[in-house]
Design a protein around this ligand. Sequence first.
Ligand code: FES
Ligand code: FES
Length: 201
Amino acid sequence: MAPPTSSAVTLRINGEKHTLPVDHRTTLLDALREQLDLTGTKKGCDQGQCGACTVLLDGRRAVSCLQLAVAAEGREITTIEGVADGERLHPVQQAFLDLDGYQCGYCTPGQICSALAVIEEHAAGWPSAVTADVRPEAGVPALTADEIRERMSGNLCRCGAYVSIVQAVARAAGAAGAPVVPRQGTGPGDAGAPADGEAAA
Ligand code: FES
Ligand code: FES
């Protein structure tokens, strides 16, 4: 007898359990969008290169187009639908809204999910590829624009809203108590973090 090609899986998404039948080849992205109607998570490239499908798995970033739904069983899955607290936006969402961290908005759910994890990773002292001093005694690196760009580099924006995205992440991180670096200058291409007052807003 041929082995089964589908199974019933129970996925815990945004704090709720969903039991659904899935073909073993179904990605988490397709299960979310096509079977559970959670269409906030977007499909861009469908091959792990654009970040539009980013969700959190146990608090860590994951591209859901490269994750099989059956492999996500037992994990805590957070999608953009689970980020706000009821009607109250999460500070990261509010910062994207206030600072125009988007144009068409297609990449935005993935950008916001990624930013949530970036802020956590940074606060936990994780270095990035551009962190100058990675010795443990150096402590948490300042969240410069370069740090944010590097840490968010897995999320592409075809509208090129990067300047505002960097500012929104900086503001949200500053509100969460991260040491951010004030913006230097205002010229084109300057993606520095907002000034101190802004970051603390
Ligand atoms: S749709 Fe998953 S990375 Fe592009
Ligand atoms: S806002 Fe349009 S792709 Fe990013």
